[in-house]
Structure formats: structure tokens, C-alpha cells
Ligand binder design. Structure first.
Ligand code: FAD
Length: 590
């Protein structure tokens, strides 16, 4: 993909994922409600510059040229830009990197013909989000195609036992009941309860929480459910995954299937709220599967760019915004490090961390003391690593059905996930971290030359950049400054490959090339992934819902008129749902 200008999209056929809907469930209502998790002074007119990506009908920069300027080009910015452009607003998206997309990037990272999603790859959150419901026609008309199957996830234990989740509730009930009598029935009961409270659950994750509409919804839910049941809903939601799993499932295999998924929400199995996230994720995986974009996630980016440009939107890369321009207490545009200005008649949206917004982009005198201090205290989570493999042949799993699964977790089980997270929190390379094995070619063979395959491996339990203190196995020496080096990353990747090869006999001989990205690489690639935290901020309860990004701010507003804060650091948190971008855009259009 050309860094400055993605090639025109080749794909023409439309291929929406077709979720299997639990009986009696209203998909349209689900899509409407969902959204998981998963957001100076004028210095004169700007002018064209080297990194510009003018669209067909893109206006040139200048005072009052845009209705809205958006800082950053990740999923939330793209959603906001598309929704505003659809409503006729002139939008300009500014990206500091030399390419658009943030965590959405596809590259032939290893060898020609092997198309790796460098960062994010899996789209259950997007296809169930209200942003997709709003934009899907426009995106599919501009070339977006998904590939999906009926095998979203599985777990494989060190002793070879495994459990596969399918998109059929009945089959899942059966396989869990086979793991331990009653576990499948308990699974059914738990998901049925979630369906019953779907409007409350998806309201929490798909709406602005500081709003009259949300308060009204809460009151009517409390009335309908009765106060006691309503409060119990919250008590239960705050439960840890460990508590929920141990209470409801006897089999360690069921525990091991579900526990690793909380890592994908930035939590651990002993974190408050992780039980709720587990239930929500399994519900979503059954409904939506694990769709990937045909040909690579860049297909999603290209569809957005094509649509937004067709609506007179404009994209500029290598545009590092370092100042929000203000008049009094109102944001009126931005300035980039090389002195260009982009003026916004109606709004400025920033997809940045709280630290960047309140400590870099805004002049200190404009920020209330409470906001300033909370932005300084905003916490980031553990580091993440990606290992990309180009394989000469598909992996030969102990059970061939595992070869069809989108995402397999290798873990010793619930305690193993807990232990690895704890070791990482304490600065240690885990002895036996959870291995997330994504198999994009199982869904979309076009990602690799015929007969070959790729693997997307993710490690989410690692010390962050600067916080590396040692190795739980005592084998890999940590540097005095706590910083990741390529040598350490490669040694840790060797540990992971060795464990994987213990389960996949043909793995080592099949590896044609590999690319390892450490937490330091993630942080370098995207300024919002501070310390290599893939989720742009810890997702603990105190930094979620009403309190994300900060306790002192509400929804996506900021202390400045016309300035909105979106992106993974804001409500409803990380993931490809694009909900913060949608909510901010909707507020502007209301
Ligand atoms: C390795 C990895 C794998 C993941 N896998 C998945 C997955 O499979 N499915 C899923 O749902 N989620 C996944 N996630 C999470 C998800 O990708 C992110 O939470 C989400 O994409 C973040 O989107 P965003 O809108 O916050 O912007 P980001 O994607 O973070 O992009 C923000 C952009 O803003 C730019 N920017 C920041 N500051 C400035 C500035 N001052 N001036 C100009 N530009 C600026 C940055 O350069 C960046 O390009 C993954 C994340 C990572 C890191």
C-alpha cells in the first residue's frame, strides 16, 4: 500500500458477514444498541505541503475552509469523518504518520505475497457496532468485503485437550456439557440473561453516558426490572471473570476457553468487570463470528478514504498537530509542527491520549487544574507484542478442526492467564504467557500465495516499554533502563514459537520468515499506544464508562467549546467499534 495515497480499491463484490442470530433475538435492535468494546491563536491560512493527499474535489487549506478538522486517522476518526461528510460537512483528517489508519494497517511485512494485518485484524466489534449500521452501505459500495466462518475461537491446553466455540448456540451447549455436565446449560442461562438485559448493556457501551437520553433509559430500565434486579445487574456486572467462571462452570476447559478473552478488553481474569466482558464477548462471537477484511484490513481503510473523499473530505499525512488554535474558550482549528494551520468553522475532534490533549495540544492556561492533574494521572496498561509468520504450509494442529478456527488461545488455563498477567504487571516476561494465534488465511486464503499461510500471533501480557525488569523464567536478561531491545523481543518470540511448535509439529520447518514487534515498536508506530499498550489506556473500572477518559470531563466534550476528544482513550474504550467517533459526530449533528 502506498504510504501517502492508498491505491484505489479493486474489490467490487459486496460480502457482508451473516451473523447467526440466537433464536428470538432482534438483530436490527442488537445492531442499533450495540457498540462494544468492544475515542493558540490563528496564525493565518495554511498551504499545500509535501504529505498532502488531496482528494478529487478536495478544497485547498485556508481560513474557514473546513467545517471540521480531525486529528488522527484511526477507526474513530474515520467513522466521525464519514458520518459528518455524509451529512454534508467539509472535513479534513490530519495524520502525523506517513500513512493513514492508525492501528489499521496491512503490509507484506515478511515476504512478497504474504499480507499481514500489522496491528488489528478482527472485526466482531465493527460489524456489531452502530457505526457499521450507519455506514455499511457506503463502505460496501466503496469496496469493503468481509470474510467470515463458523469457527470464531478455541482453546488448546498444554495436555492437548481443546474446546472449540462455534457460531451455533446448540453446538456450544453440547460441547460444554460434554466438558462437564451442566456447563453448557449454564452457558445458555448466562447468555439468555445477557440477552434479557441487552438494551442496558449495549446502552452502557454504545451511548454517551452523561446525557438525558441515557438517564431516561436507566430510569425506565430500573422501573421495568424493579430496583432490586436493576441493582443486582450492576453487582453481577462488576464480578471478575474468575468469580463468574468458577461460579458457573465446573470444567477447567470452559474456564480456559473464556478466561483469555478478557485480555482482548484490556483486563485480566481477576479484574472487576471482566466477568461481564467475557459474557458479552461470547455473545458477540456467536452472533458475529470473527470477520476479517478480504485482502487485509487496509480494505476497510480504503473504503473509508474513498467514501470520505467522494464527499469532499480531505486527508493529509505527515501532519503532526502540535497546537489547537483557539479564540477565547473556543477551538477554531489546529497547527502542525511545520507551522501549517487548518481552520475549523464548527469543530475540532482529537483522537489522542489525555496526556497529549491536555499537556501538548492545549495551552495550559485554558485547562482547569482538575482536568490537568487527572490527565497527568491517566494510566496505561501492559505492553503488547505481535509476531507475524509467513508459512510454507498451513499449521498441522493436533485436531484438524483447529485449523479452521479464527483465533486459538494457548494457555495453561484460568490460573495461567492470571499468573502471566500478574508477572507482566510486575515487570517480568511471563514464564508461560497466553499465546493468541490468529489464523487469517483460515478465513481469507488471499492473504498468502496458494497453499501457504500466515499466522498473526499476539502476546498481551508483557511489561510496557521502560518497565521491563526481568524474566519469570530467569533466562532473558533485562536491561537496566527497562527498555525493550530487538534482541530481547526476538528471544521472547523464540520462547513463544517453541511452545507453539510443541503443539504444531510442522511449525518450525514451515516458517519462511517472521517479524516481531515489541511494545517499543507499537509505541513508536502510534503515539497513542503509550508504552506499547495496545488499548491506549488501562481499561480498569475506575477508568471506564463515566470515567473514561477522565472523571473531570463528560462524554467526548472538553473544557473548550467546539473541541471533542475521541479515540480508544475515551468512552467506550478501545477496539474497532468506532463508537466514540460516531457519538461525537452525532452530537455535532444533533
Ligand atoms: C497490535 C494491536 C492489535 C489489535 N487488534 C485488534 C483487533 O483485532 N480487533 C479490535 O477490535 N481491536 C484491536 N486492537 C485495538 C484497536 O485496534 C484500537 O483500539 C483502535 O484501532 C484504536 O483506534 P483509534 O480511533 O483510537 O485510533 P488509533 O488507531 O490509535 O489511531 C490514532 C492515530 O492518530 C494519530 N495521531 C495521534 N496524535 C496525533 C497528532 N498530534 N497529530 C496527527 N496525528 C496524530 C496517530 O499517529 C494514529 O495514527 C488492536 C490494537 C493493537 C495495537
Amino acid at each position: 500500500m502506498d504510504h501517502d495515497r492508498p491505491a484505489p480499491n479493486q474489490a467490487k463484490t459486496l460480502d457482508e458477514p451473516q451473523p447467526t442470530i440466537p433464536k428470538g433475538f432482534d438483530r436490527r435492535n442488537f445492531l442499533r444498541l450495540s457498540g462494544l468494546a468492544g475515542l493558540g491563536l490563528l496564525s493565518g491560512p495554511g498551504k499545500a505541503r509535501a504529505g498532502e493527499r488531496p482528494g478529487k474535489a478536495a478544497p485547498s487549506a485556508g481560513p474557514g475552509q473546513y467545517d471540521c478538522v480531525i486529528v488522527g486517522s484511526g477507526i474513530n476518526s474515520l467513522v466521525a469523518a464519514a458520518v459528518l461528510a455524509k451529512a454534508g460537512w467539509r472535513v479534513c483528517v490530519l495524520e502525523r504518520n506517513d500513512r493513514l489508519g492508525g492501528c489499521i494497517r496491512t503490509e507484506e511485512l515478511t515476504l512478497p505475497g504474504f499480507k499481514h494485518d500489522v496491528f488489528s485484524s478482527w472485526h466482531p466489534l465493527f460489524v456489531t457496532s452502530p457505526a457499521y449500521a450507519e455506514l455499511k452501505d457506503a463502505l460496501h459500495a466503496n469496496g469493503l468485503e468481509f470474510a467470515n466462518n463458523d469457527y470464531p475461537t478455541a482453546v488448546l491446553l498444554p495436555d492437548g485437550r481443546r474446546l472449540i466455540l462455534k457460531r451455533s448456540r446448540q453446538e456450544n451447549i453440547q460441547s460444554m456439557n460434554a466438558a462437564a455436565a451442566g456447563d453448557g446449560d449454564s452457558y445458555q442461562r448466562n447468555l439468555a440473561e445477557l440477552e434479557k438485559s441487552a438494551s442496558l448493556t449495549f446502552g452502557l457501551l454504545g451511548k454517551d453516558l452523561w446525557s438525558y437520553g441515557f438517564t431516561r433509559m436507566m430510569c425506565s430500565q430500573a422501573y421495568d426490572m424493579g430496583m432490586h434486579e436493576f441493582m443486582s445487574y450492576f453487582g453481577e456486572s462488576f464480578q471478575t471473570a474468575r468469580g463468574w467462571l468458577e461460579e458457573n462452570f465446573k470444567s477447567d476447559l470452559c474456564h480456559a476457553l473464556m478466561a483469555p478473552w478478557v485480555l482482548h478488553t484490556g483486563l485480566g481474569p481477576d479484574s472487576a468487570l471482566s466477568g461481564f466482558m467475557d459474557r458479552l464477548i461470547f455473545f458477540t462471537l456467536e452472533v458475529a463470528g470473527m470477520p476479517v477484511v478480504k485482502g487485509g484490513s487496509e480494505g476497510l481503510l480504503k473504503a473509508f478514504v474513498k467514501y470520505i473523499e467522494s464527499r469532499n473530505g480531505r486527508f493529509v499525512v505527515k501532519a503532526d498537530v502540535d497546537k489547537i488554535l483557539t479564540q477565547g474558550k473556543k477551538a477554531v482549528g489546529v497547527r502542525t509542527v511545520d507551522g501549517q494551520t487548518y481552520l475549523a468553522a464548527k469543530a475540532v475532534l482529537c483522537s489522542v491520549t489525555p496526556g497529549q490533549l491536555y499537556q501538548r495540544l492545549l495551552s495550559p492556561e485554558l485547562i482547569p487544574a482538575e482536568v490537568k492533574s487527572q490527565a497527568g494521572q491517566y494510566r496505561f496498561g501492559k505492553g503488547g507484542m505481535q509476531i507475524h509468520l509467513a508459512l510454507d504450509q498451513p499449521p498441522r494442529w493436533p485436531d484438524p478442526e483447529l485449523g479452521k478456527v479464527a483465533m486459538v488461545h494457548l494457555t495453561p488455563g484460568l490460573n495461567g492467564v492470571s499468573m502471566a498477567g500478574n508477572q507482566a504487571e510486575n515487570g517480568l516476561l511471563p514464564a508461560e504467557g497466553t499465546i493468541v494465534v490468529g489464523q487469517p488465511t483460515a478465513l481469507d486464503p488471499s492473504r498468502a500465495p496458494q497453499g501457504k499461510a500466515i499466522l498473526w500471533l499476539q502476546l498481551q501480557e508483557l511489561p510496557s516499554e521502560g518497565g521491563l525488569k526481568g524474566d519469570a523464567r530467569g533466562e532473558i536478561a533485562a536491561p537496566a533502563d527497562g527498555k525493550w531491545t530487538q534482541e530481547i523481543a526476538e528471544k521472547y518470540a523464540d520462547r513463544i514459537i517453541d511452545r507453539l511448535a510443541g503443539q504444531i509439529p510442522n511449525l518450525k520447518e514451515s516458517i519462511l520468515a517472521r517479524k516481531v514487534l515489541s511494545p517499543a515498536d507499537l509505541a513508536r508506530a502510534n503515539i497513542n499506544l503509550v508504552g506499547g499498550d495496545p488499548y491506549s489506556g488501562a481499561c480498569s473500572l475506575d477508568q471506564f464508562f463515566f470515567w473514561r477518559p477522565l472523571r473531570a470531563t463528560k462524554n467526548h466534550s472538553t473544557p473548550l467549546e467546539g473541541l471533542y476528544h475521541i479515540g480508544a482513550s475515551t468512552h467506550p474504550g478501545p477496539g474497532l467499534g468506532g463508537v466514540s467517533g460516531l457519538l461525537a459526530a452525532k452530537e455535532l449533528l444533533d
